[in-house]
Write a protein that binds this ligand. Structure first.
Ligand SMILES: NC(=O)c1ccc[n+]([C@@H]2O[C@H](COP(=O)([O-])OP(=O)(O)OC[C@H]3O[C@@H](n4cnc5c(N)ncnc54)[C@H](O)[C@@H]3O)[C@@H](O)[C@H]2O)c1
Length: 356
């Protein structure tokens, strides 16, 4: 007997990581996928073009904070799992206007958990036992590290930005819906992702877009803040493993084993641009770097201990930072029209998140 593939809902499906996850789930034939996205400024239909003619993929434009719409989607598609990525995600925007972060990240997660709980409670036993709710979160909930150590799953939460606080709140809700109602929740916390289709307000795509136009490359403070970097396709694989094989009620850290100071990362990026564009009038691109006033509450260092994910589920990142960065730079060079369209339409690369 041929069994039908499971159906997974992916929220935030038209975002950077959500779209990579949808492509990965479909390209590997893992599941039929129903994407949900509100289509905020950060969403991109182009990121899902590869699935435009796939009968096993559907994108539904809806707000996760709309309980009626969520109930209708659960009732119609009868999912076997949900991978929850929809969120407002840019720290600088959360400093300027925290409202949308509270609404989508906290209220939206609450509404989605409630819709999932009601649906799950009414399922017949076998389907109910197999159902999973994966809540996707960030390393930023843990706060900031000094020069030593790494976050583990038991590191106490200490979020410093409105974005991090909204994600921490959502993590607590997801945990509580498991502890109180028994909803089969698993939580993942991941370090900084990079790769194709990332909205050009984030450090790497912003720097590529500005460098190509010969504009200054702004670096906060002295560029000494350290982040751990993970290629987005590797994150998609980790999320699939955690959803399908993670232990219910557990949290899993996901990391890239690739810590870099921001300044070193941008130096690497500039060297790759010099190599790819030797005729450019802007070579050497590192001459474009400008240090600007630091972000308020800027966390010094993040590092992830993802030993639990490695031990329990056998996951490690496949892509080295230099390989992934090279691929990413190439992608932005080959798809310049994508970021230029965003620049013309919604975001011109201006500085966000400065206190008056
Ligand atoms: N980018 C990273 O480095 C990173 C690292 C760790 C965790 N995460 C988490 O992964 C998830 C995805 O991040 P991303 O970088 O792809 O973000 P993104 O900003 O690129 O995409 C988020 C998507 O969610 C959608 N969305 C926002 N509010 C919504 C709502 N109320 N209803 C429905 N859709 C809504 C947006 O339209 C957008 O398409 C987020 O939960 C984020 O916190 C991101």
């Amino acid at each position: 007997m041929v069994t039908a593939p499971p159906t997974y809902i992916v929220t935030g499906a038209a975002g950077f990581i959500g779209s990579a996850l949808c492509r990965s789930l479909r390209e590997n034939g893992i599941a039929r996928v129903v994407g949900i996205d509100k289509m905020t400024y950060a969403a991109s239909r182009e990121s899902l073009l590869a699935l435009a003619h796939d009968p096993q993929f559907e994108l539904i434009v809806a707000d996760i904070a709309d309980g009626g719409a969520m109930k209708a989607i659960f009732d119609k598609f009868q999912p076997d799992g949900i991978m929850h990525l929809a969120a407002e995600t840019h720290v600088d925007r959360s400093i300027d206007r925290p409202d949308a972060f509270i609404q989508s990240n906290i209220v939206g997660t609450f509404v989605l958990l409630e819709a999932a709980r009601r649906y799950w409670q009414a399922l017949e036993a076998t389907k109910r036992d197999g159902f999973r709710f994966l809540h996707v979160s960030t390393d930023e909930v843990y706060g900031s590290l000094g020069s030593e150590g790494a976050f583990t799953e038991t590191t106490p939460y200490a979020p410093n930005s409105p974005y991090a606080a909204s994600k921490a709140s959502a993590d607590h809700l997801a945990r509580a819906w498991h502890k109180t109602y028994g909803l089969p929740v698993v939580i993942s916390n991941c370090s900084n992702n990079y790769g194709p289709f990332q909205f050009p307000e984030k450090l790497l795509p912003l720097s590529v877009m500005k460098a190509l136009n010969g504009e200054a490359l702004p670096i906060y403070g002295k560029g000494e803040n350290v982040r751990d970097w993970l290629f987005v396709a590797d994150h998609a694989e980790a999320l699939t493993l955690i959803l399908t094989r993670g232990r219910i009620g557990e949290k899993y850290n996901v990391g890239g084993d690739a810590e870099r100071r921001n300044i070193d990362l941008i130096h690497d990026l500039c060297a790759m641009l010099d190599e790819a564009l030797p005729q450019s009038a802007h070579c050497p691109h590192r001459q474009l770097i400008r240090f600007v006033q630091d972000r308020p509450g800027h966390d010094e260092r993040y590092a992830m201990d993802f030993g639990k994910l490695r031990r329990e589920l056998g996951w490690t990142p496949r892509t080295s930072l230099s390989e992934g960065l090279r691929h990413t730079v190439r992608w932005y060079l080959d798809n310049r029209a994508w970021s230029e369209a965003i620049k013309a339409r919604t975001y011109g690369g201006e500085r966000l998140g400065q206190l008056p």
